[in-house]
Write a protein that binds this ligand. Structure first.
Ligand SMILES: Cc1cc2nc3c(=O)[nH]c(=O)nc-3n(C[C@H](O)[C@H](O)[C@H](O)COP(=O)(O)O)c2cc1C
Length: 258
């Protein structure tokens, strides 16, 4: 199978760098073909702007969505964007790997998402009707592919626990797992997370890589997170709220799990 690792860390000799090298070796040893988008090494341009279209802005005012759509449809996207979209089409599984920085992904990876997820590629896909509100949340260009986060955090496991001060990890990662990955169609696997990264010594690294190895060995068998599909009947369309009889009286991120 084809695996794309989108990797965001500036230092190859970091914990993340070592985990990335381990992952590539493990996946290749299992017979997979691996590509790594090493965003810092590629000097990835993180900011979305008019230069993302070879033609610049179409009108007097740059429109981030509509200019993205036009460039995508006309084959006029900046080459770095088109190349990453080709890698996504090629991949059977995509791993986003990053240290948690300010409760989210590093800016360079957020910029990869913003620029590579063009209008017509990752959003604005499919018809809108009374029963179908675009191909998204379980449908879309990336449907049939798997995705997984590989994340390190400075904080402890308990800090991200059900009553931990950082908020539950599933909630912290919801915008990425549900918003960035499930939205364009990926089946999202439970994340692989290493907490308390500064305490990872040689023995800790051995344990972490053993756990990671298991996750990589089962990448194509692991059950995805059971996010509800937008057009699967659980949501009112076009309000896109859960039907009253589903998870009655409950709200919050957890209600979007079947
Ligand atoms: C800018 C910055 C922001 C950070 N924000 C968080 C955070 O929100 N939550 C957390 O648990 N750790 C946070 N950390 C700690 C990193 O997650 C930690 O240093 C990293 O996972 C260690 O991996 P590395 O050795 O590969 O860099 C932050 C670190 C930096 C530099």
């Amino acid at each position: 199978m084809n695996v794309l690792i989108v990797y965001a860390h500036p230092e190859p000799r970091s914990l993340n760098g070592s985990l990335k090298d381990f992952a590539v070796r493990r996946l290749e040893a299992a017979g997979h073909t691996v590509q790594v988008s090493d965003l810092y090494a590629m000097r990835w341009k993180a900011t979305l702007d008019a230069a993302d279209s070879l033609d610049g802005a179409a009108g007097p005012r740059f429109d981030p969505s509509l200019d993205s759509k036009r460039a995508f449809e006309n084959g006029r996207q900046s080459e770095d964007i088109a190349r990453e979209q080709d890698k996504l089409r090629w991949a059977d599984a995509v791993i986003l790997q990053f240290p948690l920085w300010w409760f989210s992904m590093p800016a360079i990876l957020k910029g990869w998402v913003e620029r590579v997820y063009a209008y017509g590629f990752a959003y604005g896909v499919g018809e809108h009707s009374d029963t179908h509100w675009g191909n998204r949340y379980g449908e879309g260009t990336l449907a049939g592919k798997r995705a997984m986060l590989m994340v390190t955090t400075g904080a402890w496991d308990s800090h991200f626990g059900p009553r931990g001060i950082n908020g539950p990890l599933d909630d912290v990662l919801f915008p990425i797992q549900h918003g960035v990955l499930f939205y364009p169609g990926f089946d999202v696997l439970p994340p692989f997370v290493i907490h308390r990264s500064s305490r990872v010594d040689a023995a800790g690294f051995d344990a972490a890589s053993a756990a990671l190895g298991e996750r990589l060995d089962t990448l194509f068998e692991t059950q995805p997170i059971p996010f509800r599909r937008q057009n699967g009947g659980d949501y009112e369309i076009p309000a896109l709220t859960l039907r009253e009889e589903i998870a009655p009286g409950r709200s919050g991120f957890g209600v979007h799990l079947a």
